[in-house]
Write a protein that binds this ligand. Structure first.
Ligand code: ADP
Ligand code: MG
Length: 514
């Protein structure tokens, strides 16, 4: 029998393979949907230097076969989407404004769109999108996605006069879910986001009418990330071909190198071409397969290219991270560290880490909780296969056996133009040696300082205990020794004060008068 062959559209592919992007069951899908749309909203603010204000309403509508049907409403004050892109951005899988080399939460061009597609598949209802870039009109569309053609199908369109110059995006749609199971993850996710974005105002009303409000406590926000050109070490052969095709055939290879790549100037280009044994005046149109091969191999192996610049990244920053952790967990002790920029395979990255102890941290004594973040996204699943987990375990079982009477939390954030996720579900980061090393260095600094603090606290407690005993007897001793020496008893209060000051004991130690 002859097999039948068929081409799948991107929508249809993801419709059939929803699991790989995090839409595996009603609870996980609800979580992923909120997360993806929320991340789009945060991106739309942060990429444009806007202090985020995000509102999420989730309402239970009715029971369904597998779970329940919910209505999800999400509103932001971000950039808004230009009218000509609204339908494609949200009604076409793999259509994105983020296919550039820049740090952002979204990258694949499918997260938010897939959430809408999932809603459509499970409820059959169209999506409503309202958006404005702050100009004279607000655009309101209802549409569905045609899975076979991967195109939006419009049900209605309305332009509304934007008298108040409102700017932002509202998305409203129905989807199947299970909030009873997903609630823990959703609330956790929002709280962990709030802990590193104290400059965002986030409000969530859940189906039970519970309000979760994560208020803004700082007005400073990280600098927005910048778009960069590719670094020679970060490309593959296909991408090199594509880059070459983007420039005029008459351009010389020397000029091409300086125009197409990040951190390649005249001098570097000339030195590199000498290394690659290619004439600087060679025109792009005259590049043969042989030369292309040589060029590609040389680009990968030449080790004198300057590392990618990290000032295009948008790290959280030590003070904002510290403020966020304090705001959300009110710990007794908190410390943060931002490592120097580094790079792997031509992609710049920065590791930021924090440690917190006690306060309102969840968990129990002896626990070390690991909170992982990638480009400001909290990662809640697949902890065991993440590089941070591996490093933390190694340190805990090695020279940092931290004992503690209260829970400890470790925060690890990686900011990069390309996060090496293990899968499209964006949940775990691969073991890239350069990243692993930076995480380890960051944690070692934090652990060392934390252990010093712990030792001080333990010492203080011991001193307090001993002082209590001394205080009880020292008056007697001074009285008797005074008598023996036939003198006035010594003033022991001063002595005690001195000892207390030295060990930082502030409170008055109860003394028993004898
Ligand atoms: P990705 O985020 O990976 O690009 P999505 O499917 O989530 O893919 O979103 C597609 C595009 O839609 C985004 O690249 C962005 O341009 C646009 N977009 C989605 N949500 C918003 C929003 N809330 N505000 C502004 N633009 C948005
Ligand atoms: Mg997205």
């Amino acid at each position: 029998m002859l097999e039948e062959y068929k081409r799948l559209s991107p929508s249809e592919f993801f419709y059939r393979n929803k699991e790989i992007a995090g839409f595996s069951n009603p609870s996980r899908s609800l979580y992923t949907s909120i997360r993806e749309l929320f991340e789009n909203s945060m991106d739309a603010c942060e990429l444009n230097g806007i202090l985020p204000e995000i509102i999420i309403f989730l309402r239970r509508v009715r029971k369904s076969e597998k779970g329940e049907i919910y209505k999800l409403y999400i509103q932001d004050n971000g950039s808004g989407i230009p009218k000509k892109h609204i339908l494609n951005a949200l009604g076409t899988v793999l259509y994105s404004s983020k296919y550039v080399i820049r740090q952002s939460r979204g990258t694949f061009g499918l997260g938010g769109t897939l959430a809408l597609l999932y809603g459509q598949i499970t409820t059959g209802k169209p999506v409503k999108v309202i958006s404005s870039t702050g100009n004279s009109q607000i655009h309101q569309y209802t549409f569905k996605i045609d899975i076979r053609t991967n195109n939006p199908v419009v049900y209605s369109y309305k332009a509304i006069r934007n008298n108040k110059k409102w700017r932002g995006t509202i998305i409203e749609f129905y989807l199947e879910g299970n909030y009873t199971i997903a609630s823990r993850y959703i609330v956790n996710y929002l709280k962990l986001t709030a802990a590193i974005t104290p400059y965002a105002d986030i409000l969530f009303v859940d189906p039970n009418g519970t309000l979760y409000y994560f208020p803004r406590t700082v007005k400073r926000m990280p600098r927005p990330p910048k778009v960069i050109k590719p670094h020679p070490h970060g490309i593959d052969l296909e991408f090199l071909k594509y880059l070459i095709s983007m420039f005029p055939k008459t351009m010389t290879i020397k000029e091409f190198l300086t125009k197409a790549f990040h951190r390649v100037g005249e001098t570097t280009a000339l030195r590199f071409l000498q290394y690659a044994k290619i004439k600087p005046t060679l025109r792009l149109g005259a590049i043969s397969e042989d030369i292309l091969d040589r060029l590609y191999n040389a680009l990968r192996t030449y080790d004198k290219f300057i590392s990618p610049s990290a000032d295009v990244l948008s790290p959280i920053g030590e003070d904002i991270l510290m403020e966020g952790i304090k705001k959300e967990f009110k710990p007794e002790y908190v410390d943060v560290v931002s490592r120097n920029p580094s790079s792997y395979r031509g992609h710049p990255f920065i590791i930021e880490a924090g440690i917190a102890y006690g306060g309102e941290l969840p968990g129990q004594a002896g626990d070390i909780l690991l909170f992982r973040y990638a480009n400001k996204i909290p990662l809640l699943f697949d902890e065991g296969s993440d590089v941070s987990y591996k490093v933390l375990e190694r340190l805990r079982q090695g020279s940092y056996r931290i004992q503690s009477d209260k829970p400890i939390a470790v925060f690890i954030h990686i900011a990069s133009t390309k996060i090496p996720f293990k899968s499209v579900g964006k949940e775990a980061i691969a073991d890239v040696p350069e990243i692993e090393k930076e995480i380890e260095l960051a944690l070692k600094i934090l652990f060392r300082r934390f252990l010093k603090y712990r030792r001080k606290i333990i010492k203080k407690k011991e001193v307090e205990k001993r002082l209590k005993i001394y205080e009880r007897y020292i008056h007697l001793i001074s009285k008797f020794s005074g008598k023996l020496a036939d003198r006035e008893p010594a003033d022991v209060e001063k002595l005690l004060e001195k000892v207390k000051r030295r060990y930082g004991v502030k409170e008055k130690i109860e003394s028993t008068s004898l």
